[in-house]
Every structure is written in C-alpha cells, then in structure tokens.
Design a protein around this ligand. Structure first.
Ligand code: UDX
Length: 474
C-alpha cells in the first residue's frame, strides 16, 4: 500500500490580514506537492469564492465551518471583536469533528494554525496531530508580545497614570534604545495587568514555545536581531516571506495553469480598477497612496483631518475608502466644498484596489498606511517609503521600526491633525530626508528579494518546513 502523502490543514483567524498570507502559504505548499486543506468560516469562504483561481488545483481543497454570527453581521470594521468572541464559543467542537472526519482517505499530517487561535493547538494535542503556528504579524511585534510578562513583572505595564508616553521601555531585550511606551502594542494601554485581551494575547504568544514550529511572513535579513531573540525560546522558526513574491516565482517556474491570482487580497472587496489609468497619467513618484487596511475605522473628524492634510500637501493622492472605513456611515454627512474641489483636481478615491499592483506602479511615491504587517511587507517589497498612522495591536511596533530602525518612513502615531498629515507627507515625498528614506527602502526591497531568490533564506526555510512536514507523515 502506498504511503500516505503529507496532508496539511491551515486554519487562519477569519480576518483578511490573517487569511491572505495563510492562503498564500497554502498555495505555495500545494504548488510544492503537499495535499492541502484550507479551513475557514463559511462567510470568508463565500468572499474568497469570488476568486476564480481557487478550487482548481488538484490536492487543494477548501472546508468551512459557521462562525456563529447572523448572515447580515458585518464581521469587519469596528465589529470584528464580536466575530472573535463568537468564534471562540463555536469552534472547538466543530474543528475537532472536522479533523476527525478528515482521517479518510488521507489523514492530516500536521496543522498550521493562526497563533491567535490557541484552541486549535489544544485540539491538535487531543488528537495527537502536530501543530505549527503562523503569526501573521512580524517578528518585531511578536517579540514585544512575548515580553509582556516581563513588562508586567518589571512594573512597566500598566503605564503609570499621567506618564510620559515618549519614555523608553526597558524590558524588551534588544529594543531598549528606541522602543517608547507609545510604541508597545496597543493592548498594553490598559488600566490593569489582568486585562482579558492583554492576558489572552500574552498567553497565546507564550504558548508558541510548545508547538512544532513558528512561521513568519518575512525575510530573514529584515528582522535578524528580533529573530535571534525569538529563536532563543522558539528554536524552530521559519521565515518564508514575502509570500507574495515566493508565490509568483513558484507559479512562474511550475507554469501552473490554475495559478494564484496576482491580487494581494483576492475577492475581499470588489476592486475598482479605474484608478489604474488615473495612475498611468501621473508623473513618476508623484502620488501618495493612502490605505488603512481592512479593519481600521475612522471617526468623521479623523477622516476630515486626513482629507484636509492630503488636500493641502501639494501632492496627488489615491485613497482607498472601504465601504466600512467610517465608524458611523450614517454620520458621514456632506463633504466640505473645498475638499470636494481639491479631490476633483488632485485626488482619486476608490473603495478597494489590488494593493500590490498599486504599490508597484511607478507613479506611487509614498504610502500613507496604518502599518499592518501585510501592508508593511508589501511596501518594503515594492520599495515605497511610508507615512505611518498605526491604529492598533502590532501596528504600533511596526511603525516604530519603519521610522527608527529601518528608517524608511515617518511615524505620526497618536495624532492625525491636518498640519501633521501635510507635514509628514511632504517630508517623505520631498523633504531633506526623502532621498535617504527612498534609498533605504530600495535597499531593503533588494534584501528581501535576495531572501526569496533561488538559494535565498526564505527558499531554504520553505524547503525545511516542507521536509519537516514530510518527516511527520513517515
Ligand atoms: C491585520 C493587522 O493590521 C496586521 O498587522 C496583522 O498582522 C494581520 O491583520 P489589516 O489591518 O487588514 O490586518 O492590515 P494588513 O496586514 O496591512 O492587511 C491588509 C491587506 O489588505 C494587505 O494585504 C493589502 O494588500 C490588502 N489591501 C488593502 C488590498 O488588497 N486592497 C486595498 O484596497 C487595501
């Protein structure tokens, strides 16, 4: 009888920033010959079904389970916490049953689960199926999450009332020289160290040491210092990114007819391609691309501050305004005349774009971003400097790395008044340090490109990951 082929099941948190990189890894593993099951919620599966490239590869299958929310629940924007709660209550039994049902014809050799779904590891332990964890944020923020117990023990969390948010923190090894209180993940801004979200994320992160391995969507050289710290406690850590680039390269080399789509987030919102001819008509590096990812929400006053800042900054802008970007869509009201006029003249507003394609367009000179990890790694790959307005979680750490460690952008953290927006956009587009930031980000983009080239560290780590999975099926 033939030996069972290695069969991997991937389970992301059902949010775009998690689904998208894990789906890319799933496709990569499938292109490399593993059997792959991609498990997500029915809601996400419906959204992904808009992507015609799915379901076509032999050995690749989708499974879905309900998330427990009513069909008309938005599940995104400001409401994603309800999704996480509902999921927690729903999923253990359903996930367990599904893993059991997948015993035939080819049992699951190992699961690759989102690091923020610790129940999946418990199920793995119960069924004796090995677990590898995928963290969709970067190593820099992972390391700060990992240090939360030390920060609490040292009395650095919670912050003292009325403290100076610019003061450096001392309990994150390797970051003592530049990480300020305000740069810690937003979950550290709590009144009590017993805060349930702080505790849940800290404990999910600590548990990483128990799993077979840890995966990041990054290139080894970008985060070498943090990775050294992480490997001191999680020795089997694979860096397999940027997955976008690996996927494209693999797809070309295998000539896959059912190849993955080029889009950075297939089928999530409907892409508006009218911005492409608009970009084609702009001069090189003249446009500021503005997007706050898939979860950030803005109040109307914040939206207007950004808008005034962009209208006054002297540069053209392409702005993604998702249908659920505003906190209260009903309160959107009329747009002030001067903004409408300025936008007609120098702006282009769209609901959703193929971000990778936009960042790769020669007209784009800078990216005003919320510093989500996917956006950060996509901008680095494309060599585009950033203006950061981190919204929450890991984004606070990412934006500090962008401005102070990699020096490829500026960080407007905790403020978005129109003057700051305009000043920071100009600083990156044309200021004294603009050339230096651009040179730095182009250098980093070459560095990550080397990681994914044949023989590069991401290829080696990917081979290692696949070998390790194969070894589990023997
Ligand atoms: C979140 C967190 O911010 C991130 O740090 C975490 O690790 C994963 O979850 P999100 O807030 O959505 O994700 O931001 P980001 O990580 O940047 O992901 C957004 C994705 O949407 C990117 O891949 C981006 O290319 C894509 N996108 C965004 C589009 O394809 N089109 C758009 O118009 C806007």
């Amino acid at each position: 009888m033939a030996a069972a082929p290695p069969h991997v099941l991937l389970l992301p948190l059902p949010l775009l920033g998690h689904v998208s990189p894990m789906l890319k890894l799933a496709k990569v593993l499938s292109l490399r010959g593993l059997l792959v099951t991609f498990l997500t919620t029915e809601h996400v599966h419906r959204r992904l079904s808009a992507d015609e490239g799915l379901n076509c590869r032999p050995g690749f299958s989708f499974r879905s389970i309900p998330d427990g929310l009513p069909a008309d629940h938005p599940r995104s924007g400001g409401q994603f916490t309800e999704l996480v709660k509902s999921l927690g209550a729903q999923i253990y039994e359903k996930y367990r049953d599904l893993l059991v049902s997948l015993r035939e014809p080819w049992p699951v050799t190992c699961t690759i689960v989102d690091g923020l779904l610790p129940f999946a590891a418990e199920v793995g332990e119960e069924l004796e199926i090995p677990v590898i964890v995928f963290r969709t944020s970067g190593p820099c923020s992972f390391w700060t999450y990992f240090c939360i117990p030390r920060l609490i023990e040292a009395g650095e969390i919670p912050f003292p009332v009325g403290c100076d948010m610019d003061e450096l923190v001392r309990s994150v090894p390797g970051m003592e020289g530049f990480l300020r209180r305000r740069d810690l993940p937003s979950i550290c801004r709590v009144k009590e160290s017993s805060d349930p979200i702080l505790q849940a994320i800290a404990s999910a992160t600590q548990r990483t040491t128990h799993y077979r391995g840890l995966i990041f969507n990054t290139g080894e050289t970008l985060d070498a210092a943090e990775l050294a710290h992480i490997r001191s406690t999680c020795p089997v850590t694979y860096t397999v990114g940027p997955l976008d680039t690996i996927l494209c390269a693999l797809d070309r080399s295998t000539g896959s007819a059912a190849g993955p789509p080029s889009s950075s987030s297939p089928g999530w919102w409907r892409e508006d391609r009218t911005c492409m001819p608009w970009l084609d008509a702009q001069s090189p590096k003249s446009v500021v691309y503005v997007s706050f990812g898939s979860l950030t929400v803005l109040s109307r006053p914040q939206l207007l501050e950004f808008w005034h800042g962009l209208a006054n900054c002297g540069h053209r802008f392409l702005w993604v305004i998702r249908p659920d970007l505003l906190e209260e869509m009903d309160g959107a009201g009329d747009i002030p005349v001067e903004l409408a006029e300025a936008t007609k003249e120098k702006g282009c507003l769209v609901e959703w774009v193929d971000q990778r394609e936009v960042l790769g367009h020669p007209a784009v000179g800078a990216f005003l971003t919320h510093s989500g990890w996917n956006s950060t790694i996509e901008a680095i790959s494309a060599g585009v400097p950033m203006i950061c307005w981190p919204f929450f979680f890991d984004q606070m750490v990412n934006s500090r790395f962008i401005s102070e460690v990699w020096r490829i952008g500026v960080d407007m953290k905790d403020t978005c008044d129109r003057a700051t927006v305009g000043r920071m956009v100009n600083e990156v587009m044309e200021g004294e340090r603009a050339d230096e930031m651009r040179r730095n980000v182009v250098g980093l983009s070459e560095m990550v490109r080397e990681c994914v080239d044949e023989g590069g560290s991401s290829r080696i780590h990917l081979d290692q990951l696949i070998d390790d999975i194969r070894a589990l099926s023997l």
